[in-house]
Design a binder for this molecule. Structure first.
Ligand code: GRF
Length: 207
């Protein structure tokens, strides 16, 4: 396997991206971030990229006449930056089948719950943790999964449990889950860096 050359796509504050950068700097993750792309020009994730001297690009469907024109531009940018794995770190848009096809099994997303529970459209941010608490669940967790054509649907690569406490609010649970996200995303990426991942149907095997 060639060295991991990442594109990180995000729409918000970018704490997962920051954790990935830290893990790279500390030698825990053998990868390089080639470019950060956001659909939101004011996203913190773009700021973090700029502060770290990483190419940062605002790329939104709104800048294009058709969804296809957006896809073509995105693919061109990914190629130009020699990207071989795409990381969705809080990216709020569904990638089109064309992008999924072009990077089949080479796109990872992180979700702040144990999928397939509490996932899908509308399940983002505090909504996820609210739903977990409303269900009375005693555990929640983190899922890093391969991205396919549907929201939060592709097969899990790593899942980690996080306990739910009686006194939790959506905010306190989100905080506990986020800490685990910051470790687990890099762990999953490192498995790809070491070429230890094989995929058969919906099952992801780690050698
Ligand atoms: C994280 O909770 C992640 O699981 C979800 O979006 C959030 C992004 O947070 N997909 P950040 O921008 O990485 O801080």
């Amino acid at each position: 396997m060639k060295r991991l050359k990442l594109a990180v796509l995000g729409s918000g504050r970018g704490s997962n991206f920051q954790a990935i950068l830290k893990n790279i700097q500390q030698g825990k993750l053998d990868a390089r971030v080639q470019i950060v792309i956001s659909n939101n020009s004011k996203a913190g994730i773009l700021e973090i990229a700029r502060e770290n001297g990483i190419p940062a690009m605002h790329l939104s469907h709104r800048q294009f006449e058709t969804p296809d024109a957006f896809d073509e531009k995105l693919i061109a940018v990914l190629k130009e930056h020699d990207v071989n794995l795409i990381v969705l770190a809080g990216y709020m848009k569904l990638l089109s089948p064309k992008i999924i096809q072009a990077y089949r099994n080479r796109i990872l997303n992180i979700h702040p719950a144990l999928l397939p529970a509490f996932g899908g459209e509308g399940m983002y941010g505090l909504h996820v943790h609210e739903a977990v608490l409303e269900c009375g669940c005693k555990v929640s967790g983190v899922t890093v999964h391969i991205v396919d054509e549907k929201y939060d649907h592709g097969p899990p690569v790593i899942q980690k449990c996080v306990p739910v406490h009686d006194q939790d609010t959506p905010e306190t649970l989100a905080q506990r889950v986020l800490k685990v996200e910051h470790q687990v995303f890099s762990e999953a990426l490192q498995l790809f860096a070491e070429d230890r991942v094989s995929i058969k149907g919906r099952r992801v095997f780690i050698q």
